[in-house]
Design a protein. Sequence first.
Lengths: 103, 168
Amino acid sequence: MPVIGLQNFFLLTGVVLFCIGVIGFLIRRNLIICFMCIELMLNGVNLVFITYAHYLKSAIGMMYVLFVMAIAAAEVSIGLAIILMVFRLKASVDMDELNTMRG
Amino acid sequence: MISTYLAYLFSGLAVLFAISTILQKNPVYSAASLIGVMVMLACNYVLLNAEFIAAIQIIVYVGAIMVLFVFVIMLLNLERAKREKLLISRRAVGVLLGLALSLKLAMVGYASKILIESGRLKIPEGMGSTQVIGKYLFSNYLLPFEVASLVLLVGLIGAIVLGKREAS
């Protein structure tokens, strides 16, 4: 399906998704929602990869996306296990309560 | 061309779902909005001739990763919609940094337009199909493929070890 001339639009969407992820990561205090903003950033990057794969006529961008997805899966499993451990320790997933290393 | 309007629709919905993800108080609603983002991105991938990646996105990202998120949210049994008392200055810094980053990235994106539209070959037949991905995955990218399987194994073992309860 030709999406001629839409390369800039898809790149802009990828950039906007990534930056919404960055903003969400910085302004939320709940650990799980921060983690979801990390996934949002990864999805934005995936869109940029697929866009370039389409417009440079190369399937290598899709290989990158496959590996980003595999790494994201492993990262989510370990990250959520860490969040579970934090919850067991502090009974909350508030980021401001993780301040034992503060001087 | 209908695919142009479909691209606008899917991308607009994806951005709306993303804004909903970062602004919801209830984490389950946030997870549901993120699922919406991923489904809209899968529709975008189909428009961009990447149908295998679109299917993998739904199966892996939505069907495994987001389900894991929802499981953990329900396991943690958080208090209902505690209002996050975040300093206005901290919010402002976050939003300003995000906007500055988006401006910088948009500048880079527009600069690369000159390189892309210098006329290349036509799209090869079936570029996003399973055959092409399989051809690359098992010839050029065999080492990353095996390493990715190792990473997933390490992730699996780590999650089990970290999630185990102490034998009391």
